[in-house]
Design a protein around this ligand. Sequence first.
Ligand code: ADP
Ligand code: MN
Length: 276
Amino acid sequence: MSADDVSKYMDKLKISDSDFYRKGTRASKMGLPNSTTDKSQRATQDQVLDPRTRMILFRMLNKGVFDDIKGCISTGKEANVYRALIEEPEQQLAVKVYKTAILAFKDRERYVVGEHRFRFGYSKSNPRKMVKLWAEKETRNLKRIFKTDIPVPKPLHLNKHVLVMEFLGTSEGYPSPKLKDAIIDPQKYPQLYNQLLAYMRIMYQECRLVHSDLSEYNILYHEEKLWIIDVSQSVEHDHPMSLEFLRMDIKNVNDYFRKRDVEVFGERQIFMFITE
Ligand code: ADP
Ligand code: MN
């Protein structure tokens, strides 16, 4: 679906936004991780890898998953992301290492409700098992999204809580910016907005997923396109909270583009567009 198609489709769905939002559904009130925390501020913390993680990375090196591991791209509450290299033919990779610290995942239970397989494997008393499940879930979701036209990094390799994927950045090794930091010609915003709405629709209709933490923090601007990342907490669309999560995703997207003077569609209208 092209950006133009989105406009046409949307015209048919003009509905008032009143009552669309239930009161108090913002992420902070729901005890969800706040997606607007600047993770780069914490860039110097928690960089030490535990022995098990080092062993996994070491085995990956030995097996030739990559030949060298370079610097840290990002350190967050739940994961660190590193850049790795394959020498022949030259290729860059992103290595996402989930943190096994119990605290890192205490906010996440909400996303697990109603996910069948996941619910049973989920064990609060075993953080290693838990992060392994989050990594598996992100891999599964990335694979599902990668099959569509939505730009996401290709998942390449998974071992326990370490996920290796395609690197989004320059050939010199600079990672592509998050949407919140990207410098974009203002004229391009309306088209990017429509394109993002189309991605959300495809994700819902074809992948049967709701991102559930979608915002300018989990979208990268790469090769003049928006790339969706960080889908470990994305839920199946039959998850009991999926429609609430979808409303929040829509609101985040609209808030971002409204601030950039895009004439945004009504939130209810977008909701219909994505789900109908
Ligand atoms: P979290 O938010 O849980 O720490 P993310 O998946 O959002 O984990 O990744 C954190 C940051 O790492 C991203 O905002 C982005 O800057 C960088 N990053 C993640 N995946 C890639 C990738 N494939 N290529 C380049 N940079 C990436
Ligand atoms: Mn993120």
